[in-house]
Design a protein. Sequence first.
Length: 102
Amino acid sequence: MASNDCTIGGFNVPRDTILLVNAWAIHRDPQVWNDPTSFKIETFQGVEAEGHKLMPFGMGRRSCPGAGLAQHVVGLGLASLIQCFEWERVSEKAIDLTEGKG
């Protein structure tokens, strides 16, 4: 909610106006993404997150209330896979276990 009269993106926003972030439009903006309607893993490999360019759980007070839960469940799911299965290497080649971003 705007606490004072202001201008955002060339629009005059009166005090007490509720502002919502349109994450769908940002994620499909051709000025931000190359071919925004296609998923390309190369877009996300080896790059730092840029501000509010990618918002999978929304932003602000209207963000997804389950974001924290989702992030914990991914870890629990991975832990369950590791615990419940016998894992074997497909080849004798050593596996790189160095920590990375992502």
